[in-house]
Each structure stands twice: as structure tokens, then as C-alpha cells.
Design a protein around this ligand. Structure first.
Ligand code: GAR
Length: 218
């Protein structure tokens, strides 16, 4: 059983989606520990409610990013974590964590990367006038939201959208694709080919998978 460690800074709805997928038998993995850099993150409550060890690691008390990540790695290793899932973890992943888990850190991001990396990305998509946005699960590398892409979901941007309405539409899809990406990893169906992640899965129907917004009227 794949041992997953989840890092989360906030409300933890993606953590919940992972826990729910496991409970429903859609994900063959175990969340062994949830770590947060925020003492009162709701993600830690969700972990406790699910009987998963919940740990706060204090950035300020650690005295620098290397020591902070070193502490996180200790906690992950204590719990035999094999794959690290960043689920709303609002810090850039540094070399200590990446060296401890090379090719074994995945992140969920609320845009269609490589468009709109970083923060406030739903607002940025609306302001840019994009007709589609979505979410991306990717392997984490040393850059900010630059690592190889595993799976993406696309949602339309509607004329009346606010940052909140678009974020909610994207979040629904995050909850579908993050557990799916972890399951593909757990099943050994992901293979790296340079920047590309080749996924051992059926090809989509090409017209059916194409999206047009606004739609072409019949
Ligand atoms: C999610 O939308 C996630 O994609 C985003 O934060 C939210 C966390 O929600 N992550 C990032 O922006 C990472 N840079 P959650 O705590 O309810 O899972």
C-alpha cells in the first residue's frame, strides 16, 4: 500500500478528497501523516477526524528553510511516507525536501499550467480574459509550478465569474484529479519521458475531449 504524506496549509478540501477516495475504494493508498506549516489549519482537524496523525511544523521556530524542511522530512520518514502530496501547501518546495523525495512530490495547482503559475491565479485567468481555466497535478521540481504535468482538468470561464465562483468550479475538478493522479502513481502507470509524463491509460476520444467556449451552436 502506497504511503502518502500530505502537506497542507489551509482548509484541506483536497486532503479530504484524497481521504474520501481511499474510503470509497477509488484510491489504493494510505495517508500516513498530514503536516502543516499553519498551527490551526483546518487540514489538521480533518486528519484527526480521519484518525491520521497530524503534525504542525513551525517555520519560525525552525530557524530557516533548510532546517524547517529537514524537520518535515523527519516527520515524513517517521511515518514511512513514500509519496508527498502538496494539497494547498503555500510554500515553495526547497532542495531539502526534493532531495529526500526525488520524483516523489506531487502538487495540485488551480490553473492550466504553464499558464498562471504562482498565487491568485483564478483572478489572473479572469483578468486575462481566458475562456478556459482548470487545474493541474504535476511532479514538483525546483521551480514554481514548473514540474512535469500528470493530469489536467479544464473548466470554462464564464462572463459573470468572480474569483470565488471560478475557484469553486475549479476546486470541484481538483477533488477529482488529485486522487486520480495518486492512484495512477500507485499503480505504476506514470513514466517520465523528458518533461512529459506518459500515462498508461486509454486515449481520449479526440472530438469528445475537445472543449470550445463559447460553444458552437448546433
Ligand atoms: C486549492 O485550490 C489548491 O489548488 C491551491 O490552494 C487551494 C487549497 O485548497 N493550491 C495552490 O494555490 C498552491 N500554490 P484546500 O486547502 O481546500 O485543498
Amino acid at each position: 500500500m502506497l504511503g502518502v504524506g500530505v502537506l497542507a496549509s489551509g482548509r484541506g478540501s483536497n486532503l479530504q478528497a484524497i481521504l474520501d477516495a481511499i474510503a470509497a475504494g477509488r484510491l489504493s493508498a494510505a495517508v500516513r501523516v498530514v503536516v502543516s506549516d499553519v498551527a490551526d489549519a483546518y487540514a489538521l482537524e480533518r486528519a484527526r477526524a480521519a484518525g491520521v496523525p497530524a503534525r504542525f511544523v513551525d517555520f519560525k521556530a525552525a530557524g530557516g528553510r533548510e532546517a524547517f524542511e529537514g524537520r518535515i522530512v523527519e516527520v515524513l520518514r517517521e511515518h514511512a511516507v513514500e509519496l508527498v502530496a502538496l494539497a494547498g501547501y503555500m510554500r515553495v518546495c526547497g532542495p531539502v525536501l526534493l532531495a529526500a523525495y526525488p520524483g516523489r512530490v506531487v502538487n495540485i495547482h488551480p490553473s492550466l499550467l504553464p499558464s498562471f503559475p504562482g498565487l491568485h491565479v483564478q483572478r489572473a485567468a479572469i483578468e486575462h480574459g481566458a475562456k478556459f481555466s482548470g487545474c493541474t497535478v504535476h511532479f514538483v521540481d525546483a521551480g514554481v509550478d514548473t514540474g512535469p504535468i500528470i493530469i489536467q482538468a479544464v473548466v470554462p470561464v464564464l462572463d459573470g465569474d468572480t474569483e470565488e465562483t471560478l475557484a469553486a468550479r475549479i476546486l470541484r475538478q481538483e477533488h477529482r484529479i488529485f486522487p486520480r493522479a495518486i492512484q495512477l502513481y500507485a499503480e505504476g502507470r506514470l513514466r517520465a519521458s523528458g518533461r512529459r509524463v506518459l500515462v498508461d491509460a486509454p486515449a481520449p476520444g479526440l472530438d469528445a475531449a475537445a472543449l470550445i467556449n463559447p460553444p458552437i451552436e448546433a
